[in-house]
Write a protein that binds this ligand. Structure first.
Ligand code: SF4
Ligand code: SF4
Length: 270
């Protein structure tokens, strides 16, 4: 393919490839969805593999965008092969970053039982859902379920220009204040906004479920206390923390504490 030039200067368009693993493919769809900026995006990069959008595919790429979590042995091998070829590997969306909604099945601690419930005797391999970082080194992450296409464009533009990629370090509550949203807690709904980064939902009167994972230095213990003060049950809090996998360790800790408290209460005959 001829090298494109601007004022006689060759333009570097990195070769990018998109790959899906265990996912709903909604993140890839986001990239195709925004037609207003699709052509600008395509002028920045040379897409060499993107099953949702094109038939052609080559193994010659510099940036690999990975969507989905890892739930099968063949996915482990495929992901390692991609890692070997790519200079930069980007985890795209909650499934790739944290296991996403797929990792909800891990809460049963029994992958075989879950598989039997869902697929019966149908021969499907489906193990515990894992973020891709459990298998390979990840260079960059794009958060969200689904992702915002603008962030993919920002990552690519910054890579081409040699600029760093930074996510907002402040929690969502700051955006609520700036946008004069009514706090969801005042409306009786739980929200992970105080501990997560950049979310759309509170602006639409919907409490945050943490699909973009913890903000920097998130005080998750404090949000658990806030939810308790607002009379939300431990199960409600655990559901919220567990949903996308980014707050998994805090959900596990709260579960342990809840079981301990229940056992203590039972022993005391209360
Ligand atoms: S992060 Fe959400 S939208 Fe993206 S693939 Fe996973 S489930 Fe689908
Ligand atoms: S709605 Fe959520 S994000 Fe917004 S101020 Fe309240 S707690 Fe913070």
């Amino acid at each position: 393919m001829p090298v494109e030039k601007y004022l006689g200067v060759p333009l570097h368009r990195p070769k990018v490839a998109f790959f899906e693993f265990t996912a709903c493919e909604g993140c890839q769809l986001q990239i195709l969805n925004n037609e207003a900026t699709l052509l600008d995006f395509l002028s920045l990069v040379e897409v060499v593999s993107f099953r949702e959008a094109m038939k052609e595919s080559t193994g010659d790429y510099e940036i690999a965008f990975i969507e989905g979590s890892i739930t099968r042995a063949d996915e482990v091998k495929r992901l390692k092969d991609i890692r070997k070829k790519a200079k930069v590997l980007v985890a795209m969306g909650s499934c790739a970053c944290f296991g996403g909604v797929n990792q909800l099945k891990n809460r049963f601690n029994n992958p075989k039982w879950v598989k039997d419930q869902v697929y019966g005797k149908f021969p499907v391999e489906s193990e515990e859902a894992r973020p891709i970082e459990d298998v390979v080194t990840v260079d960059l992450k794009i958060y969200g379920c689904p992702i915002k296409k603008e962030e993919v464009e920002k990552v690519v533009t910054n890579l081409v220009l040699g600029k760093s990629v930074n996510h907002p370090k402040y929690p969502v509550c700051m955006e609520c204040m700036a946008n004069e949203n009514i706090c969801l807690y005042k409306l009786g709904e739980p929200c992970l906004g105080p501990v997560t980064r950049d979310a759309w939902c509170p602006g639409n009167r919907c409490g945050c479920w943490g699909c973009r994972g913890p903000a920097d230095a998130a005080n998750v213990e404090q949000i658990i206390s806030i939810m308790k003060e607002h009379n939300f049950s431990p199960d409600t809090i655990i559901d919220r923390l567990e949903c996308f996998g980014g707050f998994r360790e805090f959900a596990e800790e709260l579960k342990r504490k809840t079981v301990k408290a229940k056992t203590k209460k039972k022993r005391a005959g209360k």
